[in-house]
Structure formats: C-alpha cells, structure tokens
Ligand binder design. Structure first.
Ligand SMILES: Nc1nc2c(ncn2[C@@H]2O[C@H](COP(=O)(O)OP(=O)(O)OP(=O)(O)O)[C@@H](O)[C@H]2O)c(=O)[nH]1
Length: 195
C-alpha cells in the first residue's frame, strides 16, 4: 500500500456550478460543507493536500489553495494545475461534489497502482470516473498537450494515456455519488438520513 507521504491529494473546487445554481463546495450536508467532508477523507490518505480553485473563501479551511494556472478550462485545468504544483509521483484527484467519497474507495484505487500505467481511475456500473483517480506526475505532459490542442474532455484524454480502470463493487455506490443538481442534493440528504 502506498505511503500517504508519497501521495498528494488534489481537490478540484473551481468551476461554475451552473446546474446547481450555487457553489457546490459550500452545500451543507450533516452540518458541514461538502468541501470539509472531502478534505477530511483525503487527509486520511494523503499527507499533502491541495485545493484547486479561484475562490478565496476556501482559505478558511486551512488547506493550501491554488487558483487555476489557466482559468476556465474545466476539470482538466484543475488537474493540470494540481499536477504542476505537486512534487509527489502519485496524485489523488477528487472533486468537491462527491461528499460521501470514502477512504475505502480511495484504498481500492491505491491498491490498483502498478508500474504499467500513468493514470488509475475508478469505474462504477459502466461509468468511468476520471475525478476519482490517481495520476502520475509525469502524466502532466498529456494534460498539457490536450490543453494546447483545445481538447478539454477528460475521457478522450484518458484514452490517449496508459489508463487503468478499476471497477468498484456495488457497495461503493454512495461513495462515488456525484452531486450536480438541486434534485441530486435533495436525494443525497434523504439517503443519508435513511441509512
Ligand atoms: N479548479 C477547477 N475545478 C473545476 C473547474 N471546473 C470544474 N471544476 C471542479 O470539477 C468538479 C466537476 O465539475 P463539473 O460538475 O464538471 O463542473 P461544475 O463547473 O462544477 O458544474 P456545472 O457548471 O454544473 O457543469 C467539481 O469539483 C468542480 O468544482 C475548473 O475550471 N477549475
């Protein structure tokens, strides 16, 4: 198992939250904002944690924050920024809108690391999830090339890299739940109460 000191956590918290209509990072679930849930989980797995966002309000969390080096590119720009700033070989990339992400899911991902790949991402029910992934620092070259060519889609970029897909069992369904709309948010709040 990878030592936490060899892993940097990169939490993406920028973007426009268009579908939600308000900043997803600050939605409150169980008395704390999404971003705090995710910071707590990532800190259990990685010694160094970076938040990538232009939002200065996030500085109250006491975690190093950095603005996107190239703004308005979407998640690919956040990952590129995180990989540029990180000095670790392995980088755990997660989004602030998966508040139930568990250490168990991250451990499955870490267990999947091998020598033959540049990126490792989870897949749940046929859906590959690049924002629950681990990327080698060296993969930054692929990110830069895609950005330079204006190809900002992550799935297509991952197809050009040596990417390992790690299929999660059904027990991880809540952990990978990505909240984008008010409807999603209402559902996840109910779910937590009931389970
Ligand atoms: N640093 C950074 N993070 C981003 C950027 N765009 C999206 N993200 C983050 O990436 C994750 C997935 O974002 P999306 O849901 O695809 O985009 P979004 O802008 O948050 O929301 P929509 O506007 O509804 O698509 C979230 O954690 C966002 O905070 C960006 O340009 N920079």
């Amino acid at each position: 198992m990878l030592n936490p000191s060899n892993l940097t956590g990169i939490i993406l918290a920028g973007g426009k939250s268009t579908r939600m209509g308000k900043d997803k990072a600050f939605l409150i679930l169980e008395d704390k904002p999404f971003i705090s849930h995710i910071v707590e989980t990532v800190k259990q797995c990685a010694e160094n944690v970076l938040i990538i966002s232009n939002n200065q309000k996030l500085d109250s969390l006491g975690v190093t924050r950095h603005a996107d080096l190239i703004p308005n590119l979407g998640p690919i720009g956040g990952i590129y920024t995180g990989l540029t700033l990180s000095s670790a070989e392995f980088n755990l990339v997660v989004a602030c809108d998966t508040p139930f992400l568990s250490k168990e899911t991250i451990d499955v991902l870490i267990d999947g690391i091998d020598d033959g790949h540049d990126g490792f991402i989870v897949q749940y029910e046929d859906v590959p999830m690049p924002l629950i992934g681990i990327y080698r620092k060296s993969s930054i070259a692929c990110f830069k090339e895609a950005i330079d060519e204006g190809k900002l889609g992550l799935q297509k970029l991952l197809a050009t890299m040596q990417t390992k897909i790690i299929v999660l069992p059904k027990s991880h369904s809540k952990s990978v739940w990505n909240i984008n709309t008010l409807e999603d948010f209402k559902t996840i709040k109910k779910l937590k109460k009931e389970t």
